[in-house]
Design a protein around this ligand. Structure first.
Ligand code: TEU
Length: 577
């Protein structure tokens, strides 16, 4: 499993209120105790921090806020000593506007690097720099136009994210070569792979046509840059140039908003040589309306349909990643669970549900503690560029009231995931001795790592046990997946099964019990609601002799006489062979 560290909010070692590399090093034993295999570090490169490091001005240096290259090497060695691998974030759809490549590119229309970015003149017949004169109508992910006018050279550059994140032009082979060289430099330094930021946005449809306008003043360009015409070619080339032939075991995962299952198969089929797995976004869009700010309740049947389709779609070719959280998503216990009376049970139930699927699970820092959303009530408390950008775009234009937007942010803002990790009950939760860059959640007095490590019934220990199961029980990692009860609104149910060969010949060399071949089967049942639920009898047929492999509640039992009632947010896994 992979554990994501968002360095700015993980652990501060020098009292400036911002997490850093030495801080991460101090906390590695927490990750070891949890059973982590791989650590994914969100960006620590040199950056003006317009988008918290996803705007990189030097791909081959560490931002002084996080430390030095020497600190990085120390952290890498300390991680490797403990058997942890380290995967870097690779942000190459765009650079910072302060990167030397962009400084050169913007210096003159005739500069060698002009074509490294997407420069375009004003719309035909329009005065450059005037409202509506942008080359097309695309909205940026952070609100407003995706184009910025540059006075000096009289043209616009494309930025799908902030204006300080100009998109690199992957059509240019020199750009691709520079990226490959930089990646090789990091691999030679010892890193174990990459999480590739918005990697399915690197190929744009030539001509950059206008998108459909569904709300506000701008259009949706995503059909013209999502998994664009050359994306597979670019990833195969990267694979050949950077990864092929390297002896070490590496991990690559593409972040791919808007990816379809068909494309997911193409990206992750090992025969094609692209990436090991991708992050799909369907399940984290199920509570969105027209936009992510238009929040609606989750229907469990939609979640089943989404996960069920991805499990089936990537069963034969390709591989799934499994996640609830990352630094862009609200906390899962607040979002699909219950962060009130059922916080502990619902955090465990959702963890069990996700981790029993087939694929590689990702845990985002603090998720293993059942950390909750930030609970901010005023716009001044937010720092995130996306939250602030949309607040201004939508409130200033009168599309929503400030109160409505604050309610949306409370549910959906990326800052919900970014409050500092709650290590202990002390002031600032043990995160820093200074003033934290983003407020610590006051609930750290109760919800914190120190308390949870000492309590065997905690969310932390439940995650630890789930992770251990994946390591120790082959059917959890490798079994096939079969969804049950697709229409049930509260009980999430599925089976996993794996045929075991004779003893000693199990998958991955894992020893299997007994002699002769047998079938190992799991039945996963989770009550995704705050009221007791009776499991339909048909599902339980043949399972009354089964063992309980893991359960959210200590006293859970196997079904007796084909009946089983799940308490609020109760989940369990039955095993038979
Ligand atoms: O995110 C890309 C992405 O598609 C979204 O999740 C995005 O953050 C937005 O919130 C959608 O509403 C990646 C990074 O994970 C994110 O932190 C960066 O801001 C973004 O790319 C730009 O690099």
């Amino acid at each position: 499993m992979v554990y994501q560290v968002y360095p700015r909010s993980f652990q501060d070692s020098d009292g400036d209120g911002i997490g850093d590399l030495r801080g991460i090093e101090q906390r590695l034993d927490h990750l070891v105790a949890l059973g982590v295999d791989v650590v994914w570090l969100s960006p620590v490169y040199r950056s003006p921090q317009d988008d918290n490091g996803y705007d990189i001005s030097d791909y081959q240096d560490i931002d002084p806020m996080f430390g030095t290259l020497e600190d990085f090497d120390r952290l890498l060695a300390a991680a490797h000593d403990r058997g942890l691998r380290v995967v870097m974030d690779l942000v190459v759809n765009h650079s910072s506007d302060e990167h030397e490549w962009f400084l050169a590119s913007r210096s003159a229309r005739t500069d060698d690097k002009r074509d490294w970015y997407w420069w375009r003149p004003a719309r035909e017949g329009m005065e450059p720099g005037t409202p509506g004169a942008e080359p097309n109508n695309w909205r940026s992910f952070f609100g407003g136009s995706a184009w910025e006018f540059d006075e000096a050279t009289g043209e616009y550059y494309l930025h799908l994210f902030s204006r300080k994140q100009p998109d690199l032009n992957w059509e240019n082979p020199d750009v691709r070569r520079a990226v490959h060289d930089m990646m090789t430099w990091w691999l030679d330094r010892g890193v174990d792979g990459f999480r590739m930021d918005v990697i399915n946005l690197i190929s744009k449809v030539p001509g950059l046509p206008d998108g459909e306008v569904r709300y506000g003043a701008y259009g949706d360009g995503s059909p013209f840059y999502t998994s664009g015409p050359r994306v597979h070619e670019f990833l195969q080339e990267m694979h050949r140039e950077v990864f092929a032939g390297r002896p070490e075991k590496l991990l690559t995962v593409g972040e791919t908003p808007g990816v379809t299952i068909e494309d997911g198969v193409l990206f992750t089929d090992p025969e094609r040589g692209e990436v090991d797995m991708v992050f799909q976004f369907e399940h984290v869009g199920l509570d969105h309306g027209e936009s992510k700010w238009d929040v609606k309740p989750l229907r469990l049947t939609d979640l089943k349909a989404t996960f069920g389709r991805w499990q089936a779609g990537l069963a034969e070719r390709g591989w799934n990643s499994l996640y609830w959280n990352n630094h862009d998503q609200p906390r899962i216990v607040s979002r699909f669970g219950d962060d009130g009376v059922h916080r502990v049970a619902s955090a465990k139930a959702l963890a069990l549900l996700l981790h029993l699927h087939r694929g590689t699970p990702y845990v985002y820092q603090g998720e293993e503690l059942g950390m909750t959303n930030a609970g901010f009530t005023s716009i001044d408390q937010y720092q995130d560029i996306e939250s602030l950008g949309h607040f201004h775009e939508l409130v200033d234009a009168g599309v929503v009231t400030p109160e409505q937007m604050l309610a949306s942010l409370r549910a959906m803002s990326r800052d919900n995931a970014r409050t500092p990790v709650q290590w202990d009950a002390s002031e600032h939760a043990g995160f820093t001795t200074g003033t934290p860059w983003l407020a610590v959640n006051p609930n750290h007095v109760e919800i914190n790592a120190e308390a949870e490590r000492a309590d065997l019934g905690s969310v932390f220990h439940f995650y630890r046990r789930l992770i251990a199961l994946r390591h120790d029980v082959p059917v959890v990692a490798l079994g096939d997946f079969h969804l049950l009860l697709p229409e049930h609104e509260a009980v999430y149910a599925f089976t996993r099964a794996l045929d075991r060969g004779p003893a000693g010949e199990g998958p991955d060399g894992a020893a299997s019990a007994g002699s002769g071949s047998s079938r190992d089967e799991l039945l996963v049942l989770v009550n995704v609601s705050g009221t007791a639920q009776e499991v339909p009898a048909a599902v339980l047929a043949g399972w009354d002799e089964a063992d309980v492999l893991i359960a959210t509640h200590d006293d859970a039992g196997a079904p007796s006489g084909s009946t089983l009632t799940l308490r609020p947010w109760e989940g369990l896994v039955l095993r038979r062979s």
